[in-house]
Design a protein around this ligand. Structure first.
Ligand SMILES: C[S@@+](CC[C@H](N)C(=O)[O-])C[C@H]1O[C@@H](n2cnc3c(N)ncnc32)[C@H](O)[C@@H]1O
Ligand code: SF4
Length: 430
């Protein structure tokens, strides 16, 4: 394992930059034929934002105008019907609206979106975890009331930092007081889970400033906190202006971890900390169950195929992918034409990576039940983690120790297969 460290994160495997054109395209009916459809995750991607933040390379476009938003919602409606018809879902166990910034939609547009999904998908909206991402500049009291009525139980806000100098360094301008006002509204609306995203490691952020941001976050008693080490990604504004992340991101991580554990939070992964009294139950298992993505940029996962629309960061590329998505119909929505196939070894690696990077670790019994083989034999690299002092094994569960967790963003990519790594190496971002 190299000491390269924090280059990117492994929240999904295989990474989207390993996707490519599928020849021939795979009909969704066939792709989903043998899947368990009783515990699906429905993900809806809304690729719209007010502005492009300096650090962000997500699939989104800024200031799209009402016409493009309307066309995209109409296209998601068509896609929704065609996809549901093709895959015959039995039950949605969890749902999320991400982006981009879903709260960029007006109240009327949010209502439109939900009403169509209600009619198409087998979802008990009030009985399952439903998450919705918002930004401080686009969320309003009225939208929050509406979201609650629609069954949303988790609001996730990209705060990034409570310290104005950090927001300047991250190139995420925000009017004074806007952040606090948004937090106040969300708290007052009384959602079961309020998540705050923070970034650490931008230029000029020392441990004192990071501490201030963490303490301000806890003033809102968020049920969850996602802490992201800053990554400078290709084609972002920070990258173009030659910025580099701070050297001491690991120290900032340790500082936050110790502070949050002492403040009554439990660690779920290197990024996610949850208040100890919170239990947001779901029977969806991210290592095993399928994900159905709707909207341009959304990814979908079956056991052996991951697919999406194409991906871009630059505005012309993003716009053209959205426009192409918006004029599609059947058979376009009924087939996967861009993605990556996962053979049995890739499926095992995915299971190992997704499990190992969480504090819960990998259960030997679960692995054996799932694959009928032993994880050390399938992925012998895991044994090196013990030699490096990064993992423990009590014969029941193999898990990263505290130091291993510090290195999770290195361990994830280190486990990627050669095939996936070489696909990622030749990927050209536009
Ligand atoms: C889908 S986005 C955010 C939601 C919403 N659009 C917003 O920004 O308010 C999820 C989170 O990923 C994190 N993120 C995105 N790009 C990042 C990067 N280059 N480095 C670190 N964290 C990043 C940010 O904390 C962001 O809030
Ligand atoms: S961080 Fe959020 S608001 Fe900023 S550009 Fe990315 S998706 Fe949009």
């Amino acid at each position: 394992m190299s000491d390269g460290g924090y280059d990117g994160y492994a929240y999904g495997y295989p990474h989207k930059t390993s996707y490519g054109p599928l020849h021939p395209p795979v009909p969704l009916e066939r792709a989903w034929q043998t899947e368990d459809k009783k515990k699906l995750f429905l993900y809806v991607h809304l690729p719209f934002c007010e502005m492009r933040c300096g650090f962000c390379n997500l699939f989104t476009t800024v200031q799209p105008g009402a016409g493009l938003v309307q066309q995209t919602i109409a296209a998601i409606h068509r896609q929704s019907e065609i996809v549901a018809g093709a895959i015959a879902p039995e039950r949605i166990a969890q749902a999320a609206f991400g982006g981009g910034t879903p709260s960029f939609l007006s109240e009327g547009e949010i209502e439109q979106l939900f009403s169509k999904l209600r009619g198409t998908w087998p979802v008990q909206w009030q009985g399952i975890p439903v998450s919705f991402e918002v930004s401080p500049g686009t969320i309003t009291r009225e939208k929050l009331v509406l979201l609650k009525c629609m069954g949303v139980d988790r609001i996730s806000m990209g705060v990034q930092s409570f310290v104005p100098q950090d927001l300047v360094a991250l190139k995420r301008p925000q009017p004074a007081g806007q952040l606090e006002q948004a937090c106040r509204m969300i708290k007052a609306a009384g959602f079961p889970v309020f998540n705050i995203d923070l970034i650490y490691g931008n230029e000029g952020q020392d441990s004192k400033r990071w501490q201030t941001s963490l303490e301000r976050a806890l003033e809102w008693s968020p049920e969850e906190l996602y802490l992201y080490p800053l990554y400078i990604r290709n084609l972002t504004n920070l990258d173009r202006s030659g910025k580099r992340p701070a050297e001491h991101r690991r120290d900032l991580y340790r500082q936050a971890r110790d502070f949050l554990l002492a403040a009554g939070y439990r660690q779920v992964s290197m990024r996610l900390f949850r208040r100890a009294d919170i239990n947001r139950a779901t029977d969806y298992c991210c290592q095993e169950d399928g994900m159905v993505g709707l909207g341009p940029g959304a990814r979908s996962y079956t056991q052996s195929l991951h697919y999406s629309s194409e991906y871009a960061v630059g505005q012309p590329g993003v716009r053209s992918i959205i426009e192409k998505f918006n004029v599609q119909d059947s058979p376009g929505y009924a087939c996967a034409d861009y993605g990556v196939m996962l053979d049995e070894h890739e499926q095992k690696l995915r299971y190992v990576i997704k499990s190992l990077l969480r504090t819960a670790g990998i259960s030997h019994g679960e692995y054996q039940r799932r694959f009928g083989s032993s994880m050390e034999e399938d992925v012998p690299q895991l044994l090196e983690l013990f030699e490096l002092g990064l993992a423990t094994d009590d014969n029941s569960v193999l898990r990263l120790n505290d130091e291993g967790m510090v290195w999770s963003d290195t361990i994830g990519p280190w486990l990627y297969s050669d095939a996936v790594t070489s696909r990622m190496d030749v990927y050209e971002l536009t």
